[in-house]
Design a protein around this ligand. Structure first.
Ligand code: SAH
Length: 218
C-alpha cells in the first residue's frame, strides 16, 4: 500500500511507533492485525491539519460530534472478535472508515453501515484512495443490521447500544461472534457468541463510546 498517499509525507515511522508502543506493549499479538495497522494510513481518515498526530494514542473529532476511535480500542475489539481471513464481517458505525479499512485487510468481506450520509461519503472517498479488501458501505440505521447479506461470521458495533443487540444477533452465523459496547448503568464491551440457538455473553471491560442513534441523517 502507498504510504505517502498524496500528502507527500511518509508516516511509516509514526505507524511503527503506534504499533509497538500502543498495541504490542498492551497485549495485541495477532500478526495479521498488527500488519494491517502498519499498513493503513490513519492520517487520511482525519483532518489533514492533524498530520502525524493521527498516530497518537487517542481519538479525534471527525465532524458531526463523532470521533475516529483510538487505535488500541479498535485493535482490542478486533482481536477479541477473533476475525479470520474467510470471515464476512458486519460493522455498525463506519465513522471515518479507518476501522473498515483495517477489517478489510483481515477478513474476506466487510459490510459497513453508517447513519450519517456525509460521514459515509467521506469514508468512501478516503477508502477509495488506498488499497483495501472488499468493502460495501450503506447509509442506514445499523441497529437493524443488513439482512440482505446475512448471516455474518463476525459483527462489530462502534457506538454504544442501550440493550441486547437483538436484530444483529439474529443475523449472526452459527459459531459467530459479536462485539458491542452496551450501556446500562455503566458501559461495557460485551462479546456475544452464537452456538446454534444458544447465545452466550461475556463482559470484557469498561469503555466509553458515542451513543448509537436512531434513524438516518444527511
Ligand atoms: N470505528 C469508527 C468509529 C466511529 S464513531 C472510526 O474509527 O472512525 C461511531 C459511528 O457510529 C459514528 O459515525 C456514528 O454516526 C455512527 N452511528 C451511530 N448510530 C448509528 C446507527 N444507528 N447506525 C449506523 N451508524 C451509527
Amino acid at each position: 500500500m502507498e504510504s505517502r498517499v498524496e500528502t507527500g509525507i511518509d508516516y511509516t515511522i509514526a505507524r511503527r511507533r503506534m504499533v509497538t508502543e500502543q498495541l504490542q506493549a498492551h497485549g495485541i499479538t495477532d500478526r495479521k492485525l498488527l500488519h494491517a495497522f502498519l499498513t493503513v494510513p490513519r492520517h487520511i481518515f482525519v483532518d489533514p491539519a492533524i498530520g502525524s498526530r493521527a498516530y497518537d494514542d487517542c481519538s479525534f473529532p471527525i465532524g458531526h460530534a463523532q470521533t475516529i476511535s483510538q487505535p488500541y480500542t479498535i485493535a482490542f475489539m478486533i482481536q477479541s472478535l477473533d476475525v479470520r481471513s474467510g470471515d464476512r464481517v458486519l460493522e455498525i458505525g463506519t465513522g471515518s472508515g479507518y476501522q473498515t479499512a483495517i477489517l478489510s485487510l483481515i477478513a474476506r468481506d466487510v459490510y459497513s453501515i453508517e447513519r450519517l450520509g456525509s460521514l459515509a461519503e467521506k469514508a468512501e472517498s478516503a477508502l477509495s484512495r488506498i488499497h483495501t479488501g472488499r468493502i460495501r458501505i450503506k447509509i442506514g440505521d445499523g441497529a437493524a443490521g443488513w439482512r440482505h447479506y446475512a448471516p455474518y461470521d463476525r459483527i462489530i458495533v462502534s457506538a454504544a447500544m442501550s440493550g441486547r443487540p437483538k436484530a444483529l444477533l439474529d443475523q449472526l452465523a452459527d459459531d459467530g461472534l459479536l462485539i458491542a459496547p452496551i450501556a446500562t448503568e455503566s458501559e461495557h464491551l460485551m462479546l456475544f457468541s452464537r452456538d446454534g440457538y444458544r447465545v452466550t455473553q461475556q463482559r470484557l471491560k469498561k469503555c466509553a463510546f458515542v451513543p448509537l442513534r436512531k434513524g438516518v441523517s444527511p
